[in-house]
Design a binder for this molecule. Structure first.
Ligand code: NAD
Length: 489
């Protein structure tokens, strides 16, 4: 090292199943982040100049790299999160679908469209088109380190922006892999670039010269990000946590509902933003549902069906929620206070848990589920909606699925299948309340990363010109008559 070079601070990423160090990455400071954003700004001009077709072609090349090297990416995801390879592959497959959809539909959703100009201004041709914002900063979590950030990145890129990506400090290797794969497909400019580090690096990205921040993570961090973004009036999307309910009606297919509850609650060790954390079951089928759920949950094994907790500190949160639920009169039919080990958590099914306990109100983010009996589906909806969060929800009902779905105060609802909305590229993804705002995926997700540009082009001069000092009393009289004719009731 020469005297002019400074030692770069680094951090390690670990395999949560073994604590083995799997990679070492720089902690980027504000200067490094600003430099990455400045380079991205140049790249953004080139990327925007390629047009929809040029970008779609390159996004498909990137998609091709992801698919050809999928097995390698599964290993990286598995080693940093601890999740089984099959689950890693599932999130990659879903992400690939989103890249393809965004690339294919960007022109149709964002390209110029004629709008009606109305009778009074019939001489104008009105057009709206969605232009790229410039540089988007994407801050990601660790639980789905491919699927979740790509929900923002793919759509931001397809809309014509450059992206600076700050992955979670738990999964920097996955972030680096994705950015390297992009550079393999698009070597010309750093259209997608990487900054690594902890919260301070994320905060530096929020403070930098980006045109928008797309954040996915906890509600607590989302609030900090919004406060920091306010300094420069930088717009933000906040994709935060949830406490997703699953409703089981008296006419539901109970086996399917149990299967969905088990998958929704325990897959990925419960570390899913749209994971099922609360179940409300119609009294007519409660006993049967609980019996079936208990039996199924007993067959789920950590280490086989799901991995360790990726973030060690979450073990304390899960333990606290279970202990609180039991102290307040709840019962554990499967698992319980001893379910929380050093790395793994056994599946835990809790019943009779009061609605004011932490296990019902706070995001647990572990393989636990509360099951509550309700007199009817009105009570189920009321209890489901009594939450500060509002991300996803699930309904099992043969006759009333659509009606109940509409009444749930969440951004997304799946009927008769678990989490299906997340894999459908045309559907917007996002929450309400403390689950955040803004949408990724689908046409709404493309528009989130573009600004509407309105253009009115005069085609010919009207006899009735209203916007001139040369306007006469006769014009005013005629306009008055016209409006009375058009809008009188
Ligand atoms: P987190 O909030 O701790 O961290 C998320 C990211 O924010 C990380 O990259 C982190 O380094 C960064 N960060 C931390 N402090 C920051 C600051 N002050 N300024 C800027 N950036 C900062 O969340 P996590 O533990 O990584 O992820 C789990 C959470 O994410 C859960 O609450 C989960 O529900 C949520 N999540 C939501 C969605 C969704 O789409 N709504 C998807 C996945 C996960």
């Amino acid at each position: 090292m020469t005297s002019t070079e400074q030692a770069v601070e680094t951090f390690d990423s670990f395999d949560p199943a073994t604590d083995r160090v799997v990679g070492t990455y720089p902690v980027h400071d504000a200067a490094a982040v600003d430099a990455a954003v400045a380079k991205a700004r140049e790249a953004a001009r080139w990327w925007a100049s390629l047009g929809f077709a040029g970008r779609a072609e390159r996004l498909r090349r990137w998609k091709g790299v992801l698919v050809r090297r999928m097995s390698e990416l599964c290993d990286v995801v598995s080693s940093e999160t601890g999740k089984p390879r099959g689950d890693a592959q599932l999130e990659i497959v879903l992400a690939v679908e989103h890249i393809e959809w965004a690339a294919r539909h960007a022109r149709k959703v964002l390209g110029p469209r004629r709008r009606s100009s109305g009778l009074l201004l019939a001489n104008q041709a009105a057009t709206v088109e969605y232009q790229p914002l410039g540089v988007v900063g994407v801050i990601g979590p660790w639980n789905y380190p491919v699927f979740t950030p790509l929900g923002s990145i793919a759509y931001a890129l397809a809309a014509g922006n450059a992206v600076v990506f700050k992955p979670s400090e738990y999964t920097p290797g996955v972030g680096a892999w994705l950015v390297d794969a992009f550079a393999q497909a698009v070597p010309e400019q750093p259209v997608l670039s990487l900054v690594t580090g902890f919260g301070a690096t994320g905060a530096a990205l929020v403070r930098s010269d980006v045109d928008k921040i797309a954040f996915t993570g906890s509600a607590a961090t989302g609030k900090k990000i919004m406060a920091t973004a306010a300094e420069r009036l930088t717009p933000v999307i906040i994709e935060a946590g949830g406490k997703d309910p699953l409703l089981v009606d008296s006419d539901a297919d109970l086996d399917a509902a149990v299967d969905a509850a088990v998958w929704g609650a325990f897959s990925n060790a419960g570390q899913t933003c749209v994971g099922v954390e609360r179940v409300y079951v119609h009294t007519a089928v409660y006993d049967e549902f609980v019996a079936k759920l208990t039996e199924r949950a007993r067959g789920i094994r950590p280490g086989e069906h799901y991995g360790p907790m990726t973030m060690r500190s979450q073990l304390d949160v899960v333990r606290r929620h279970i202990t609180d639920a039991l102290a307040k009169g709840g019962r554990a039919l499967v698992g319980g206070a001893d379910a929380v080990g050093d790395r793994y958590v056994q599946p835990t099914v809790l019943v009779d848990v009061p609605e004011d306990s932490e296990a019902v109100r706070e995001e647990t983010f572990g393989p636990t589920i509360t099951v509550t009996q309700v007199a009817d589906m009105d009570e189920a909806v009321e209890k489901a909606n009594d939450s500060s969060y509002g991300l996803g929800s699930t309904v099992f009902s043969r006759r009333r699925g659509m009606e109940l779905a509409r009444r749930l105060r969440t951004g997304m609802t799946a009927i008769n299948a678990p989490l299906s909305f997340a894999g459908i590229a045309t559907l917007p993804f996002g929450g309400v309340g403390e689950s955040g705002f803004g949408r990724i995926h689908g046409p709404e997700g493309l528009r989130e990363f573009a600004r509407p540009k309105a253009i009115a082009r005069q085609r010919y001069r009207m006899p009735l010109v209203m916007t001139t000092f040369a306007r006469t009393a006769k014009t005013d009289e005629l306009v008055g008559k016209l409006v009375r004719f058009l809008h009188r009731r």
